[in-house]
Design a protein around this ligand. Structure first.
Ligand code: GLU
Length: 408
């Protein structure tokens, strides 16, 4: 399988060459500054102690504290976390946040743990990494399979360890515990704003468009809901257990109710089941990828019929597929831009915690819209200037900003 960390490093090298950044400096930009691996002993409900492996990778902090989520997944590994941390440095710079990149993960299938085991694991991870994180050092957040409840436990554990309530150490908390309004829908909203920019630049009428979406978690569900709310027809949806299709359109809320009852979109009575791989070849205008890495690669990109691909997940389109789409004239709105709404509102949350002044949902959305629109237009401008894909343009823009902030 493609090594995403190496792919990310290759793109940084490419950007450095385009920008005339010397090779020794490019080496610095390509490597994480700190990598931590920990073993977390957790007392299971059975009384047995189980050892879990966790990682925190701090890629770069030239522009500000490391920032990035923590994911819980059975496939988490060091190189994946390195790639995800690198993308965070790039992502934060693309949208102009004064933050660097980091990422964490625990090798676990959280669906197999009880609520109490999950809490002990989350607190145990913080006990192992608390000295390398902090509001001005490294600020974690949610990612795949983690949520505001887990962030609240982590803040509580960190606060107990340092002896004071420290809200700004982690973002994506619940609203009652210092979280920001609009953080839960921020990733989807940010992607929606990107799609608005795309459609207005390309003259695409969204109300006449159809959408297929891989992944029906926080980002995927909210994106489907927001777009169907503005007249886009959602024709196919998948999750980790199955996929469904209806050419006439799916009722997103009703489908979510079904998923909540049965744990999957599979067998939804008002649609037909399709193979998960068929979702990518659905006849649709917009393909949104909101699951995991490596969904579209050299072997299956040829089946894609959509005109535009929106990466709500991190790394769902591999580098060779990305190049092929660019050559075919299919636009890929890359993760480091399309899903940056999440970290942007995380930054707003961090500011609100620091100032102890809380924003309305309207203000969050308005500020997010400004950031996303400006960033989208800037990335398009760089892509036209260098005749490269939006992804490579985003790298060029970000690497320049990170290099310019280097004070060594
Ligand atoms: N995990 C999200 C991402 O990949 C959000 C990170 C954050 O809010 O710090 O962008």
């Amino acid at each position: 399988m493609t090594n995403l960390f190496i792919e990310a490093q290759e793109k940084i090298s490419f950007a450095c060459e385009k920008l005339g950044i010397p090779k020794d400096a490019s080496e610095v930009l390509k490597h994480p500054m700190r990598e931590v691996q920990v073993k977390i002993p957790v007392k299971m409900d059975s009384g047995e102690v189980k050892l879990f492996t966790g990682y925190r990778v701090q890629h770069n902090n030239f522009r500000g504290p490391h920032k990035g989520g923590i994911r819980y997944h059975q496939q988490v590994n060091f190189d994946e976390v390195r790639a995800l941390a690198t993308w965070m440095s790039i992502k934060c710079a693309v949208v102009g946040l004064p933050l660097g990149g980091g990422k964490g993960g625990i090798v676990v299938n959280p669906k197999e743990l009880s609520e109490l085991e999950l809490e002990r694991l989350s607190r145990g991870f913080i006990r192992k990494i608390y000295d390398v994180i902090g509001p001005d050092k490294d600020v974690p957040a949610p990612d795949v399979n983690t949520n505001s409840k887990i962030m609240d436990w982590m803040v509580d554990e960190y606060s107990a360890l340092v002896g004071r309530k420290e809200l700004a150490v982690i973002t994506g908390k619940s609203v009652g515990n210092g979280g920001s309004l609009g953080r839960d829908t921020a990733t989807a909203r940010g992607a929606q704003f990107c799609l608005h920019q795309y459609s207005s630049l390309k003259g695409m009428d969204l109300t006449q468009s159809s959408l297929a979406i891989e992944g029906f978690g926080n980002a995927g569900y909210n994106f489907a809901k927001l777009l169907s709310g503005e007249g886009v027809k959602v024709v196919a949806v998948s999750d980790s257990r199955g996929a469904v299709f209806n050419a006439e359109g799916l009722d997103v809320e009703d489908l979510m109710k079904w998923k909540q009852q049965t744990k999957s979109v599979k067998d939804y009575p008002k649609a037909q089941n399709i193979a998960m791989s068929e979702l990518y070849s659905t006849d649709c205008d917009i393909l949104a990828l909101a699951a995991l890495e490596n969904s579209i690669h050299a072997e299956n990109y040829g089946n894609v019929k959509a005109k535009v691909i929106v990466e709500l997940a991190n790394g769902p389109v591999t580098a060779d597929a990305d190049n092929a789409f660019f050559n075919k004239g299919v636009t890929v709105i890359p993760d480091i831009l399309a899903n940056a709404g999440g970290v942007t509102v995380s930054y707003f949350e961090w500011l609100q915690n620091k100032d102890n002044e809380y924003w309305s949902k309207e203000k969050v959305d308005e500020e997010l819209s400004k950031v996303m629109k400006e960033s989208y237009n800037k990335v398009v401008e760089v892509s036209e200037q260098h005749n490269v894909s939006l992804r490579l343009a985003a790298y060029i823009l970000a690497v320049k900003r990170i290099y310019d902030a280097w004070k060594d």
